[in-house]
Design a protein around this ligand. Structure first.
Ligand code: ATP
Length: 325
């Protein structure tokens, strides 16, 4: 292998830049050419590539987003699009690829491998932490810190006015952000897709909170999982059921994706980037790097793509019930 390409794809996440930097510099360390592909698979199809040396990635370890940009490419979902992309890789003398992204991005990479026998290694990068084969994805820890910081601020105003706040956080089909940030920020209740507690139980819990002397409450809600309603409908329904509560709703939205990556994510991204390059050079392919028991390990990408994600820690659900009493 003489030339390794790297791209970021799907939703961006803090720490992707640190991963790009690690891939580029590991290539330099091992005297292999490195090619950066802009805008994920769309840039591959449009031949938007550039050679990257170790100085092209200076001053990015601390920056959120991705200097290579990210995109969702519908063209890459077609065989014609992938053929064009493959031809561009050949024209640029690229012979292996590191894909930084979520499971959709890995599916795209696998399609390339299956059709053209092209070696790829995946680096899990998404704030949602919903990928099997790793306890942490790049960006998850940074997003948690952002969310906890935001909820701390909401708590100040909730306390001053005896309010009940519903705070919606990202996570798509996974409650990792809600559960961890909820515990970290001291939420009264945490609503996650993995455990539908139902409306009645939520009201019971809020009433218990109030009767136990709590003057304000924070409920963290995973996006798309407000017990089958939007978070605004949920807030409205609770307001109608508990008229003595001053109910407010706050949707944190895209600010959760931004900002400077945490030290944890920078170190994780550095470890993943180096491992990805070393694995390709050792002849591995169709694998994803991941963190298990604090060791960087490889697992088949197929597994990450086919499994339903990375289940939430049941023990954390139990802990959250105890510490919110
Ligand atoms: P996030 O978790 O942040 O959404 P993701 O990597 O899962 O990230 P997707 O939008 O699902 O994001 O996928 C990124 C890109 O990967 C798609 O825009 C598409 O170009 C490519 N891709 C996804 N699934 C496939 C597939 N089955 N075949 C070919 N390409 C795919």
């Amino acid at each position: 292998i003489k030339n390794i390409a790297v791209l970021t794809s799907g939703g961006d996440a803090p720490g992707m830049n640190a991963a790009i930097r690690a891939v580029v510099r590991a290539c330099a360390y091992y005297n292999v050419k490195c090619t950066g592909i802009y805008r994920g698979y769309q840039g591959m199809i449009e031949n938007d590539m550039v050679e990257m040396g170790p100085r092209t990635v200076k001053n990015i370890v601390n920056r959120g987003g991705t200097i290579l940009k990210s995109a969702r490419s519908t063209d890459f979902r077609t065989p014609e699009g992938r053929k064009q992309a493959y031809e561009n890789l050949l024209a640029n003398e690229v012979d292996a690829l590191v894909v930084i992204g979520g499971d959709g991005s890995f599916k795209g990479g696998l399609a390339l491998t299956k059709e053209f026998n092209f070696p790829i290694i995946g680096i899990p990068g998404t704030i949602d932490n919903d990928i099997a084969g790793t306890s942490h994805t790049i960006g998850f820890d940074s997003a948690l810190n952002t969310v906890v910081d935001a909820i701390d601020k909401i708590r100040d105003t909730a306390n001053s006015h005896n309010r009940l706040f519903f705070v919606e956080v990202m996570g798509r089909d996974a409650g990792h952000i809600a559960l961890n940030a909820g515990i970290g920020a001291g939420a009264e209740e945490i609503l996650i897709p993995e455990e539908n507690i139902g409306f009645e139980k939520l009201i019971d819990s809020l009433e218990r909170s109030r009767n136990s002397g709590k003057s304000s409450s924070i409920v963290v809600v995973t996006e798309g999982d407000s017990i089958g309603k939007t978070v605004f409908e949920l807030g409205e329904q609770v307001k109608n059921t508990m008229p003595n509560y001053d109910v407010r709703v706050s949707v944190l939205g895209h600010l959760q994706r931004g900002g400077s990556p945490s030290c944890f994510d920078r170190v994780l991204a550095s470890r993943f980037g180096v491992k990805a390059v070393e694995s390709l050079l050792a002849g591995e392919h169709s694998m994803m790097v991941g963190l298990l028991n604090d060791k960087v390990v490889l697992s088949p990408i197929e597994k990450a793509v086919k499994s339903a994600g990375n289940g939430v820690d049941e023990e954390l659900i139990r802990i959250s019930d105890i510490v919110s009493i």
